[in-house]
Design a protein around this ligand. Structure first.
Ligand code: SIN
Length: 347
């Protein structure tokens, strides 16, 4: 009986080996579709995407969405790793890290790139954008493409403009309704000549600090106020430290998504196309999503905090515009004036 079982097992094993070998003859293994998920990890391209805001912000969510789309479109050949909240680099050192190839993608506010591309300064002009539709037309239209082209230098390549939202003013000292209310107060600003000059014209003191330091600067009363989008005021809990907020929509916080030039050139054309497609899809998504998010978060601020909110009336807006007018005059070169006209004439 024992011998019978052993010889049956042997015969069965031989049979299995024979069947497996014969299928090799009929099937060409190279034609079997590869499962990308199982591909050697060493073949996978990794894009490290670093940014300084929270995950529940327009940029944070867009970076995640972009990562998912890239994964899907390249069938896992490219993986985007997103590092939020400045955990890898703050906004003062992320550009250098990108240029040195330590990370491959960042999306700073365009104001932070004006040292390299001065033409971007026109986007910081107060009241240059009329509404979200206008922002979309500029970011995705001819002006956006023209500006992106200028970014292609010094180891960086411009990929897209992403939106966050209109900037609002806040203060711990007084309501900010008339330009004279700003006098003598200090405001945290991001770097950028136009932004700094905007506060000089209000006889206020602009103080440049990185985004990671905003909360502390307000908490320690190093500055009295700041300007930012609702989404950043909400996610950084800035509204908890400020008594007054003016819905002024005087400026726009937008981002320029950039990638390391050498890294980009090293990618095969078909992979570049897929990444570019994912970027375009994400850009359309964020333009819509950021508006929604700012509206919802403004309501949450109103509902959950004692901050006093004032919406600038048309007459008050005219007072502010009059004060800011010299900023437009300061652009006396042909290239900038041409850009300003194009933005203003875009429907
Ligand atoms: C950001 O949204 O990336 C930060 C903007 C700021 O520095 O205020």
């Amino acid at each position: 009986m024992k011998w019978y079982i052993l010889s049956s097992c042997l015969i069965l094993s031989l049979l299995i080996i024979f069947v497996m070998n014969s299928t090799e003859v009929f099937f060409d293994r190279s034609k079997i579709p590869a499962d990308d998920e199982q591909k050697g990890l060493k073949d996978q391209v990794v894009i490290r995407f670093s940014h300084v805001v929270a995950e529940n912000t327009p940029k944070g969510l867009a970076a995640q969405k972009f990562a998912e789309l890239v994964q899907k479109k390249t069938h896992g050949k490219v993986r985007v790793e997103v590092y939020p909240n400045g955990i890898l680099y703050s906004d003062t050192d992320e550009l250098k890290a990108l240029q040195d190839g330590k990370i491959q993608m960042i999306a700073p506010s365009y104001s932070k790139l004006t040292d390299i591309v001065p033409s971007l300064e026109v986007l910081d002009l107060p009241f240059i954008f009329r509404d979200d539709r206008h922002v979309k037309a500029i970011f995705t239209g001819q002006v956006g493409r023209q500006l992106l082209g200028m970014v292609d230098q010094q180891q960086i390549k411009g990929m897209a403009f992403w939106s966050n939202g209109f900037k609002q003013m806040t203060s711990s000292q007084t309501p900010l309704i008339h330009p004279s209310d700003f006098k003598g107060q200090s405001f945290r600003v991001m770097p950028g000549k136009v932004i700094t000059e905007q506060f000089n014209l209000l006889h206020a003191k602009p103080v440049v600090t990185s985004f990671n330091e905003v909360y502390q600067s307000l908490e320690n009363h190093k500055v009295d106020g700041q300007e930012n989008s609702i989404s950043n005021i909400y996610s950084k809990r800035i509204y908890k430290l400020q008594k007054y907020m003016t819905i002024s929509n005087h400026g726009y916080l937008g981002y320029i998504v950039i990638i390391n030039q050498k890294f980009w050139k090293s990618l095969p054309p078909e992979i570049q196309d897929e990444i570019q497609n994912a970027m375009e899809e994400t850009t359309v998504w964020i333009l819509h999503e950021s508006t929604k998010m700012n509206t919802i978060q403004l309501k949450e601020i109103k509902d959950s905090s004692p901050i006093q909110i004032h919406s600038l009336s048309n007459d008050e807006k005219k007072e502010w515009m009059k004060v800011f007018h010299p900023l437009y005059r300061d652009f006396n070169d042909e290239k900038s004036n041409d850009l300003i006209k194009k933005i203003q004439n875009t429907k």
